[in-house]
Write a protein that binds this ligand. Sequence first.
Ligand SMILES: *Cc1c(COP(=O)(O)O)cnc(C)c1O
Length: 360
Amino acid sequence: MARVYNFSAGPSMLPEEVLKKAAAEMLDYQGSGQSVMEMSHRSKVYDDIIKGAEALLRELMNIPDNYKVLFLQGGASTQFAAIPLNFMNGSGKADYVITGQWAKKAYQEAQKYGEVKAVASSADKTFSYIPKLDKSEFTPDADYFYICMNNTIYGTVYHELPDTGDVPLIADISSCFLSEPLDVTKFGMLYGGAQKNVAPAGLTICIIREDLLGKARDITPTMLNYQIHADAQSLYNTPPCYTIYICKLVLEWLKENGGLEAMREKNVKKAKLLYDFLDNSKMFRGTVVPEDRSLMNVPFVTDSEELNAKFVKEATEAGLVNLKGHRTVGGMRASIYNAMPYEGVEKLVNFMAEFEKANS
Ligand SMILES: *Cc1c(COP(=O)(O)O)cnc(C)c1O
């Protein structure tokens, strides 16, 4: 069996141990005589899976009791509408920071529902930095303040959170979920699609402070009403059962491997290897200002389109796949999520060094 190192931004690599366990349990989940794929979501055996996943997530992220954890469908993109529908219920205003395509899409969707302000943007330099925030620009009576914490396409991350005072901070953490410890109490809501760092596609996890719930607008579709899902403990309708099961296996893997502190250490080590190489290379360079670099997504370029294409092609042949960058940045992007082993990044860096030597 030849497995590649997959640098895809998402769906992305899962830990091999998790895939093996899922394979071993495929036909007969723990003596139930059935696959998790075939189970009723109302059965006792499945209830243990979904409750177990929530308990593990709470433990790993240190989620306080006054936050609800929801396992939903629809992807992160569906929350772009659900967030204003559920929370734009006071002044009808919200602030957004535009740090890339995902933040912009969320901002545009919210404009359908209220008075939305872009308090800062880094569009002027292809989102290669996190803009400095001027508090005097913030809307004092905003219903919430929205950020995209890790910008998957552009490779930036907030190392410092905006101080929004009493205005609840809402963050899309799709591409940095579980990559390092995060203080949940700083947020009104955290959410993300699972397919980057947590599970296969199909699951969206929302972590919401309880006091923000129960005030959705009347027009809110039932399926987008967070209170409905919270009351039903994510079983209002059929949840993405199998994806939640894999999520649970990933959470068990995280716990067995030392939790989020250990994960941060590993992720810092991997990212440093790649950034150090980029900083010393004469052919390749990172596209993000050093102070805002993401641990998870690393875009880089050469000065030649031709060399970029050659590099991606030859890397693929060497088993280093999905390195082509997003069309809005060009060049390459290496997504090095939790499941990417150190050896994968080492292989990439060695390959880049050889490529540089052979082509200069
Ligand atoms: C991938 C991604 C999305 C979109 O997720 P879907 O689940 O495909 O809707 C949104 N935000 C961020 C930060 C992402 O990385």
